[in-house]
Design a protein around this ligand. Structure first.
Ligand code: 3EB
Length: 328
């Protein structure tokens, strides 16, 4: 008997497919292989499904866009305390949304979220965190070391403990404008480690000098996912070396950000450019800048799916930040 392809199929790792779509969350959640579905802002529905997350950032897009993470097999899901999770094909989604009023400010809340995530991950095969998103309110409030972002960085590092001793995952940290002071953190993890990628144009965040806070930010610039078929790109802004560039110049910041993104792709050994399979997010500080950012992205990255979100970047002088995915 000749073995068919299905009999000799190699257990090859495939990254979750990330895409944007218009539609009803309930129908997307019914599709096989749906690991996670994200809605954005107050207009998004609430659902008890642990795979559904309403993100505290408003979208500039109408009609509202959903973000989907899909894997090639069955998905299980559940809740543990304040944590929601789903898993399938070696991949894991987990999310926590905690109210800072209950947990004592951005630092303590971050420490609590990260400690709980770490404890949960220790119970799972999928304990290799690839990518983390952090959304907190009023991210730039407070001067110097007490700026809320810097408090968050301290609490995050404390909550992480030595869990990321081998290196930090890729990440994004953005300020939201929700009425409640919620900290939202969600992760993509896998049962195999990925490969961290830094940007040769930028000082690694964990080596930022003292002026950016007592505890430098804990993230890698990107992560090549296990299977090497996708790059998860961290929040990327107009930072060169460790310094912000082009203060108050939106278009120059966008140009510099694209140069940074291309440098990351090159350093990951990937071909240049983004395409219809590379969903990106652009976080825009001032709503009045949104049409300019949309126009820039359409001109410079034609055909690339871009979700425009209202979010504050963690340095006051930065007006825009981009993150996303690039498939090989
Ligand atoms: C920067 O390059 C911009 O604290 O997790 C980007 C991505 C930024 C992630 C984080 C912060 C974080 O430093 C800020």
């Amino acid at each position: 008997m000749v073995l068919g392809c299905e009999n000799v199929r190699l257990a090859e790792r495939r990254a979750p497919q990330v895409s944007y779509r218009h539609g009803a969350p309930e129908s997307v959640l019914k599709e096989p292989g749906t690991l996670a579905v994200f809605g954005f802002g107050t207009g998004a529905v609430l659902s008890d499904d642990p795979r559904w997350l309403r993100v505290d950032l408003e979208s500039f897009d109408a009609p509202a866009t959903l973000e989907l993470w899909q894997v090639d097999g069955p998905v299980t899901h559940g809740r543990v305390g304040d944590l929601q999770w789903s898993a399938g094909e070696g991949w894991l989604f987990a999310a926590m949304t905690l109210n800072e009023e209950v947990h004592g400010g951005p630092g303590n809340t971050a420490a609590s979220v990260y400690a709980q995530l770490r404890e949960f991950l220790a119970t799972r095969h999928e304990r290799y965190v690839q990518r983390i998103w952090n959304y907190l309110g009023d991210i730039n409030r407070g001067e110097g070391d007490i700026e809320r972002y810097k408090q968050f960085c301290e609490g995050r590092a404390e909550g992480m403990g030595n869990f990321f001793a081998d290196g930090f995952p890729a990440a994004t940290a953005i300020g939201h404008h929700a009425s409640e002071p919620r900290l939202q953190v969600y992760v993509l993890a896998c049962d195999e480690p990925g490969v961290r990628v830094e940007n040769p144009r930028q000082v690694s965040a964990w080596r930022y000098p003292r002026q950016y806070g007592r505890t430098p930010p804990s993230f890698a610039r990107a992560m090549a996912l296990p299977g090497q078929d996708a790059l998860a790109i961290s929040g990327t802004a107009a930072v060169v070396g460790h310094a912000s560039t082009h203060e108050d110049d939106l278009l120059a910041q966008l140009d510099e950000t694209l140069v940074n993104l291309e440098a990351l792709l090159a350093n990951a050994g990937m071909a240049a450019g983004f395409d219809t399979q590379s969903p990106l997010k652009a976080y825009v500080r001032h709503p009045t800048d949104a049409p300019i950012v949309r126009d820039f992205m359409q001109r410079r990255l034609p055909g690339v799916p871009v979700l425009l979100l209202h979010g504050d970047i963690c340095r006051q002088e930065l007006l825009v930040e981009i993150d996303g995915w690039r498939y090989a």
